[in-house]
Each structure stands twice: as C-alpha cells, then as structure tokens.
Design a protein around this ligand. Structure first.
Ligand SMILES: Cc1cc2nc3c(=O)[nH]c(=O)nc-3n(C[C@H](O)[C@H](O)[C@H](O)COP(=O)(O)O)c2cc1C
Length: 166
C-alpha cells in the first residue's frame, strides 16, 4: 500500500501533524503548495492536511483543482483549526470548503491546532486584535487572544485507523 501526505501549514501545527502521520506510516509528507502537478499513478492513499482560514480549508482550491487526479483513490482529509472541533464545527468547515462530490468521497477528520498571538506575523496579529476589539464577546476570538495549543499526538489516532482500514 503506497501513500503520500500532502499538507499546507502557515505556523507549523498542520506540518507537525503531517510529520506524526509520516512517522507512523512511512509515507512521505510534502508541502502541498510545492506540488503543481501531482503524479499519483502508483499511490493508493492520499492524506491531505490543511489549516483553517476564515472557516475554510486553505487547501480547498488545490483539492478542487486536482480532484481528477485524486478521484478513485482513498483520500483522507484532516483540517487543523484554532477552534476545538466537534462534529458541528467540522461539518461547517467541510460544507463551506468543498463541493458535494468531494465531500462525499473523502474521509474527514477535524483536529485542533495552535494559535499563539505572539508568534503570528504582523498582519495576522493585527487582524486578530482588531477583530477581538470589534467582536470581543466571540468565544473563539477570546480563546485566540488567550492562546490555543491543542496539538496532541493522540489526535491522529483515528486517522491512522482510517489509513489502516481496507
Ligand atoms: C488569518 C487566520 C485566520 C484564521 N481563521 C480561523 C477560523 O476561521 N477558524 C478557526 O477555528 N481557526 C482559525 N485560525 C486558526 C488556525 O486555523 C490555527 O491556528 C491552525 O492551527 C493554523 O495551522 P498551522 O499552524 O498549520 O498554520 C486562523 C488563523 C489565522 C492566522
């Protein structure tokens, strides 16, 4: 069984999860933004990891663009968000990011990542501060301002199970 992990990460937590999955499976983990024309001819399983930007998968346009190459393979998708994802939030990310055909064809796992205001670049830090001034009562923004770190090795357990299943 041959597989590959394609990920997009801005501040590192999605890359960390991709690395954990690579360690367990031996699949290579590759930055998806460097893959212009994927050659998946010999690949059975594609694991795609994407961080969440404004409630949507950063990788969504890449996935749509390359769906013809992905179609027919086992595609496991995981998202990495600031929000601690439950089923409802995960469904919102998935529904808001991908068309129905793709949604119905991927095995999806929403994971929590990391959001530390001091580690953001100037633009992201300023935007978060402005948003928190405007929408101060929003629970996610409050958590973001306080700092979020939900990266845990055990979060990849269900993904490894899905990779292992025929
Ligand atoms: C500009 C920006 C927008 C974000 N928007 C959301 C969002 O809408 N919902 C959410 O849950 N997290 C949001 N986040 C948090 C990221 O999804 C989270 O920090 C994630 O772990 C980043 O992944 P990375 O470390 O691989 O870059 C946002 C982060 C940034 C920097």
């Amino acid at each position: 069984m041959k597989g590959v992990i394609l990920y997009v990460s801005k501040y590192g937590s999605t890359r960390e999860y991709a690395g954990m999955i690579a360690n367990e499976t031996g699949f290579p983990a590759i930055d998806l933004e460097k893959v212009k024309a994927p050659n998946l001819d010999t690949i059975d399983i594609v694991v795609i990891g994407s961080w969440v930007l404004a409630s949507k998968f950063k990788a969504r346009s890449w996935i749509v663009k390359h769906w013809d190459d992905l179609r027919g393979r086992k595609v496991i998708l995981f998202s990495v968000s600031g929000a601690e994802p439950d089923e409802k939030i995960g469904k919102e990310f998935l529904d808001g990011s991908l068309p129905e055909e793709i949604r119905n064809s991927v095995i999806y796992f929403p994971l929590q990542g990391r959001f530390l205001i001091d580690q953001l670049n100037f633009a992201d830090r300023n935007m978060t501060k402005v948003a928190s001034r405007l929408f101060g009562s929003d629970p996610l923004l409050r958590q973001m301002m306080a700092g979020i770190d939900g990266v845990r090795r055990e979060n990849i357990g269900p993904i490894l199970d899905a990779i292992g299943k025929p």
